[in-house]
Structures are given as C-alpha cells and as structure tokens.
Design a protein around this ligand. Structure first.
Ligand code: ADP
Length: 261
C-alpha cells in the first residue's frame, strides 16, 4: 500500500524536474481498519444497555412500578427522547463503519415506493409532533415498484425527515413527494427551514461536514451515509435549496421492471 505524490519543480536556471514521493502507508491502513472495527464493536455494545434502559423507562411510563406525577412523566419523556437520540447516533456510527469497511450489504427486492416513504414518516412522526409540524404527502398515481433495499432506503428518508424536522421552525409544514419519470422513481422531502448556501450544498454530503454556524447538534454523518446507500443501489442523491426559503432533498432509484427485464 503506497501513497504516491508527484510534484513538478523548476530550479533557478529554469530546468524542470519531477519529484515522486512514495510513502508506505500499510500501517496507516491497518490502523484505519482497526479503528473502523473498534467503532463497529463499541456501537454494537452500547446498543444493548441502551435498549435495556429504554425498556426500564417504558415500565416506568406505563406506571407498572408506581403512579407518576406530571413532573416525573415529563422527565421520563425527556429521558426517552435522549435514548432515542443516542440510538440514532449509534446507528449512524454502525452504518458508517460498514461503509468504511466497504461492507454495504444490499438486500434488494421489489418494493412499493409509497410504503417505503410511509415507514420513514411513521418513524419521524413523534419528533414532528413535538414541534407541531405537519407532514403532507404528495404521491403520484400508478407508481411502479422500485428495485431497492427497503430498509436502507427507509433509513435515508428518515434521515432527510429528521433533518427537515430539526431545521424547521415550530408549526411549519414539511412535504414529501414521490413521482415517476420513465423508469426512475423520485423521492423528495421539502422543508421551510433556513436553507443551505450554494457553496455548502455539495459539501453537506461529505463525512463530518456541518454547515458552519449551524446551531443544531449532529454528527455530520447522516447525509454521507445516505449518499453511499443511494449510490450503492444505482441511484442519485441531490439537494436544492434557497437560503431563507427552505431545502428539498431527494434521490431517484430504478423501477423494478426496468432493472429486471
Ligand atoms: P447532521 O447529523 O449534522 O444533521 P447530516 O449529514 O445529516 O448531519 O447533515 C449535514 C449538515 O447539512 C447539517 O449539519 C446541516 O448543517 C446541513 N443540513 C442538513 N439537512 C438540512 C436541512 N434540511 N436544512 C438546513 N440544513 C441542513
């Protein structure tokens, strides 16, 4: 494993020469694999106690252990939301580790685009309700099935929705759409949030990138993983956004018929 860098040099007399630097990076690559495995193991290990704590909170919430005061109920709701947030960070780390290890395993089949979107909305509904956001659906009629890994596609749409919710002002609307053009199905999520400056629009799909000054927390991994997931399935991912007006994130995937006949 070598990292190669070529550099042209021109000396004082005007003669040019080329310097080639070879650096053995085997140990760095090994370290990288070790790091990726470490992240995958830790994320996996942390999921178990988190799931257990979630179960405990559910018992408390259902008053199986004793009756709750309003204050206690609020506190439990907050702890549950924190747990959910931690679980979502862990799922990002696990997915990133998979992507880094070149191990995206796709489980492709014919799937109804409407049910993929509906599942993603269902997962995001509680967070939307907390900010009084209404999600409206605009699905074209007669959509064909997509050739997709349904779970990974739901994950991507849920990531779009979670971002849309995070960046929307209280009480705003979010709209989702599915359309078909030829043998491609387009999925999109639009919000009325702050939007993204043109110079950052291509960068937000990079790992760990967050728009400078953006106040919302986050890992900067969600969109990078989304891009990997969509491209691995033969799709294209994009964003259209006007600062001050909102953002629209989307991707397309091939129809099942197109892919399999
Ligand atoms: P994060 O975990 O930080 O949300 P993402 O990869 O999902 O990571 O997003 C990268 C960055 O893109 C975010 O930090 C934010 O600056 C910007 N971004 C993503 N979605 C939106 C949106 N709907 N509106 C405005 N900015 C967004």
């Amino acid at each position: 494993n070598y990292f190669i860098r070529e550099q042209m040099q021109i000396d004082q007399e005007g003669y040019s020469s080329k310097v080639i630097v070879l650096k053995n990076i085997t140990s760095f690559k090994e370290l990288d694999v070790a790091k990726t495995n470490f992240i995958a193991t830790i994320s996996h290990e942390l999921k178990t106690p988190l799931a257990a704590s979630d179960l405990g909170l559910k018992l408390l919430e259902d008053e199986r252990v004793g009756l709750l005061s309003g204050e206690q109920r609020d506190l439990i709701a907050q702890l549950k939301a924190d747990n959910l947030r931690m679980l979502s960070i862990l799922s990002e780390l696990l997915n990133m580790a998979q992507v880094e290890a070149g191990k995206i395993q796709l489980d492709i089949s014919a799937a109804a685009p409407e049910s993929i979107m509906d599942n993603a909305i269902r997962l995001a509904q509680a967070a939307a309700k907390e900010k009084n956001l209404t999600i409206t659906r605009d699905y074209a009629n007669g959509l064909q099935a997509v050739n997709a890994d349904a779970d990974k596609t739901v994950w991507v749409l849920n990531n779009f929705l979670t971002n849309a919710i995070k960046y929307s002002p209280e009480g705003a609307g979010i709209s989702v759409s599915i359309s078909q053009s030829g043998d491609r199905i387009q999925f999109a999520v639009s919000d009325a949030g702050p939007g993204i400056e043109p110079i950052y629009q291509s960068k937000i799909f990079d790992r760990f990138f967050k728009v400078p000054g953006s106040r919302a927390g986050g890992t900067g991994l969600g969109l990078a993983i989304s891009k990997e997931f969509i491209e691995a399935q033969g799709g294209n991912i994009w964003v259209q956004s006007q600062p001050g007006t909102g953002s629209r994130f989307g991707f397309d995937l091939p129809t099942y018929r197109n892919f399999n006949t």
